[in-house]
Design a protein around this ligand. Structure first.
Ligand SMILES: Cc1ncc(COP(=O)(O)O)c(C=O)c1O
Length: 464
C-alpha cells in the first residue's frame, strides 16, 4: 500500500483532529484497511507540512478512540477490531464485502455515527431524565426536542419558531402525516414526473388522485406546474428541490421562486422534501423560506446521521401545526422520545452537523471517482450527494442495461422505478455510491458499469 496521506482539504478545526477525522473516514471506507501500518508520525508530518507534534497528537488521539494501536518497536497500526460491530450484524443487514456490488440503494456511508450514538445512549442511560422519556408525552411536554428541531433547521439554513416545528419518525412519516392531515380523499396531489414513489403508494392508500409534473434537464418545469393549476385544482405539490431523487438536479433559485409564486396564486400547498439537503453545503434558498405560508418543509437525520434513528422534523405554517401534531398522534401516538432524545443531544452538541459534513466529504470524494471512471461525458450534470443520474447512450434500453449490469454482479436502478407514468420514463439509470462502504468495491462496480456503457446495446435495437 502506498504511504497513507489524508486529504485535509475542506476540513476545519485543529489540525490534529482533522487528521483523526480523515483517518476515521478512510478506515470506514477501506482506504486505510484494518491492520495497515501507519507512516511514522515524523514522516506524515513532513508529507502534510505540519509539525511532528501535531501528528504525534493525532496518533495519540486515534489510539484513544481505538482507531489505532501502537506496537513497541514495530510501529502504529489500524486496529483490528475484535468486536467489529459489523461482525454482530445480521447477515441481511451487512454491507457485504463480497458478492454482488450494490449501487442501487441510497443510504449514508455507515460507520461514522455509531461511536457518537453509543456515547449519547450511555449518557441518557445514566441520566435522571430517562424516566420522563419513558412516559406518554404530549406535544409540549419535552420542549427541548422541538428546540433541537429548531437547531437542526438552522443547520438547514432555516430560522423557525418553535410552534412551527413538528418532530416525526423520519421524512417518510413526515410526508404521510402531511398527506393525512391536509388532503382529503379525491384531492389531486402533484409530484415530479420522476419521484420518490412511496409517496405515490401513500396517495393510493389515501385515495388521492395524482398528477405528474413534467421535468427537463434543470428539474421540474414551473410552466408544467402552472398548466396543472389552470386545468385541474391540485391541492398539493410534493417535490424534492435539492438533489432530486433520482435525477440529482438542484432547482435554481429562479425556478423555486416561480413555483412559489404559482403555488401562492392558485392556493396550492407545497410539500418540500429536503431529506438530501444535509448532503449539500451550498444549498439554494429553500422553498419554505420563499413561501413560508404555503410550504411544509420535510427534513430528517437519515442521510446525515443514521436512517435507523428514525427522526425527522416538519416545519409548517403555525396555523397547520396542530393538524400535523394530530396526524403524528394518530399514526404513532408520539415520535419516540428516546430516539428524539438521542437525536437532540447529537444536534445540540454539534455532532449531527459534523456528521453531515463528514458525509458530504465522502460524497464529494465518491462523486470524483464516478467522474474519473465514467467520464464527464456520461454524467452531464455532476452533483453532490450519493446518487448519480446516468442517461444512457442512444440505443440502450434501461431494463436491458440494468440486466446486463446484474449479470455482471452490479445492482443499479432503472429510471422506470421512479416514474409516475412508466411510459414517460427516460432510458436512464440511477447509481448510488454510498451503500457499499468499501471504496474498492465501488470502484469495481463503476468500472463494470463503464464497461457496459462501452458495449454495443444488444437487444435494444428493437426499441421504437
Ligand atoms: C426523496 C426521499 N424522501 C424521503 C425519504 C425517506 O427518508 P427517511 O429515512 O427520513 O424517512 C427518502 C429515503 O430514501 C427519499 O429518498
Amino acid at each position: 500500500m502506498a504511504i497513507w496521506k489524508p486529504d485535509l482539504s475542506s476540513r476545519v478545526g485543529p489540525k490534529y483532529l482533522q487528521i483523526v477525522e480523515a483517518m476515521a473516514e478512510d478506515i470506514a471506507t477501506g482506504r486505510l484497511p484494518q491492520g495497515a501500518r501507519l507512516p511514522p508520525h515524523r514522516e506524515l508530518a513532513y508529507q502534510l507540512d505540519v509539525s511532528p507534534n501535531t501528528t504525534s497528537r493525532a496518533y495519540a488521539e486515534a489510539v484513544k478512540r481505538a482507531l489505532l494501536k501502537g506496537e513497541v518497536g514495530r510501529g502504529t497500526f489500524v486496529r483490528l477490531s475484535k468486536s467489529d460491530p459489523a461482525q454482530a450484524e445480521p447477515e441481511s443487514l451487512k454491507r457485504a464485502a463480497s458478492g454482488p456490488i450494490d449501487l442501487s440503494r441510497n443510504l449514508p456511508m455507515p460507520g461514522f455515527s455509531e461511536r457518537h450514538i453509543r456515547r449519547v445512549m450511555a449518557e441518557i442511560a445514566n441520566d435522571a431524565g430517562l424516566r420522563s422519556l419513558l412516559d406518554y408525552q404530549t406535544d409540549t411536554d419535552l420542549p427541548h426536542h422541538r428546540v433541537a428541531g429548531q437547531t437542526w433547521l438552522d443547520n438547514c439554513g432555516l430560522a423557525s419558531g418553535l410552534d412551527c416545528i413538528v418532530p416525526v419518525v423520519g421524512g417518510q412519516h413526515g410526508i404521510l402525516c402531511v398527506l393525512m392531515a391536509l388532503l382529503q380523499s379525491g384531492d389531486l396531489l402533484l409530484a415530479e414526473a420522476l419521484t420518490y414513489t412511496p409517496v405515490l403508494a401513500m396517495a393510493a392508500r389515501l385515495n388521492l388522485q395524482t398528477g405528474a409534473v413534467a421535468m427537463d434537464g434543470d428539474g421540474v418545469m414551473p410552466e408544467a406546474f402552472e398548466a396543472w393549476c389552470r386545468d385541474a385544482k391540485p391541492k398539493a405539490f410534493y417535490l424534492t428541490p435539492t438533489l432530486q431523487a433520482p435525477t440529482t438536479v438542484t432547482l435554481s433559485e429562479a425556478r423555486r421562486t416561480r413555483i412559489a409564486e404559482i403555488a401562492a396564486q392558485y392556493g396550492v400547498l407545497l410539500i418540500e422534501d429536503d431529506v438530501f439537503g444535509p448532503l449539500k453545503s451550498d444549498n439554494p434558498v429553500p422553498l419554505v423560506q420563499i413561501a413560508p405560508e404555503t410550504t411544509i418543509y420535510v427534513t430528517s437525520l437519515s442521510k446525515a446521521v443514521a436512517p435507523g434513528l428514525r427522526v425527522g422534523f416538519l416545519k409548517a405554517p403555525a396555523k397547520l401545526a396542530a393538524a400535523l401534531h394530530q396526524s403524528v398522534n394518530l399514526s404513532v401516538w408520539m415520535t419516540p422520545p428516546l430516539t428524539l432524545e438521542v437525536a437532540s443531544r447529537l444536534i445540540e452538541d454539534g455532532t449531527a452537523a459534523e456528521l453531515a459534513s463528514q458525509q458530504q466529504r465522502v460524497a464529494r470524494h465518491r462523486q470524483r471517482l464516478v467522474q474519473d471512471i465514467l467520464g464527464m461525458a456520461a454524467i452531464p450534470s455532476p452533483s453532490d450527494g450519493f446518487h448519480v443520474w446516468l442517461p444512457l447512450p442512444q440505443g440502450w434500453r434501461a431494463d436491458v442495461f440494468s440486466s446486463e449490469c446484474a449479470r455482471l454482479s452490479v445492482r443499479v436502478s432503472e429510471a422506470r422505478s421512479f416514474a409516475m407514468n412508466a411510459s414517460d420514463a427516460p432510458e436512464a439509470i440511477r447509481l448510488c455510491v454510498s451503500h457499499e462502504a468499501n471504496e474498492e468495491r465501488v470502484q469495481r462496480g463503476l468500472e463494470i458499469v463503464a464497461g457496459v456503457l462501452r458495449q454495443k446495446p444488444s437487444g435494444s435495437s428493437m426499441v421504437i
